[in-house]
Design a protein around this ligand. Sequence first.
Ligand code: ATP
Length: 238
Amino acid sequence: MNIGLFGGTFDPIHKGHLALAHAARDRCQLGTIHFVTANLSPQKSEQPMASYFHRYAMTALATQGEKGIVPSLLEAPGEFVLHDKKNARTSVATTPSYSIDTIRKLKATLRKTDRLFFLIGIDAFKDIAKWRQPDALFAECDFIVASRPGYSLADVATALPEKLRPRAEVTKPFSKQPAKGDLVLPGATVHLLDDVNQKVSATAIRTAVAAKKPIRKFVPESVEEYIKKEGLYFRRSS
Ligand code: ATP
């Protein structure tokens, strides 16, 4: 079976995340997609505003009733919860989770015949070469990279870790064409989703909540309700 792993801070989860997962599911016939709520993200300098537990709860709510999509506790934190009353923030004092470890943890639970796909947006993929053990990430699974308003999928090949990057002579003739299809290279397979076009980000949602603006069109109703009931994001993060 084809299995997807989709990691994110999900602070909060939103319709852009779900649109990416739907497009990936259809394109690569994914039987199950694990939505892995990150504890602390090594990629982000600012840590999440809502606690792991709230973000996981919202992920569980948003994926309820979504065919084949399951919330995952693979990056669940340890037991040290810090509450900063002054900034109305709760955080958990553990080390960041690295994707290579999460991928290997998930693979240990799969069958030999299963094939793993790592789902990611182009904004995050642009930094993939800086992630821990980048070459190993591509050896462990296929990548599915989705478009996102404001970013170009044409940057996919140049974002690859140096050892896996195709020579400029190879990619140049294609640089003027729209980036779509599959990029199959020695050591890396990348499937491009060029039709994900959701103008939404978790940052914009947090800002809207703090400004008492509606967020209904960006998140499932259950997530909107949860944010209201728990009073999340009512203060600006910075
Ligand atoms: P923030 O605004 O806090 O940085 P975010 O909206 O980018 O958050 P994350 O949880 O950091 O959400 O993203 C998890 C993954 O989802 C990343 O791979 C990111 O590229 C992708 N993603 C998030 N929003 C979109 C979107 N609107 N379209 C396509 N991909 C997206």
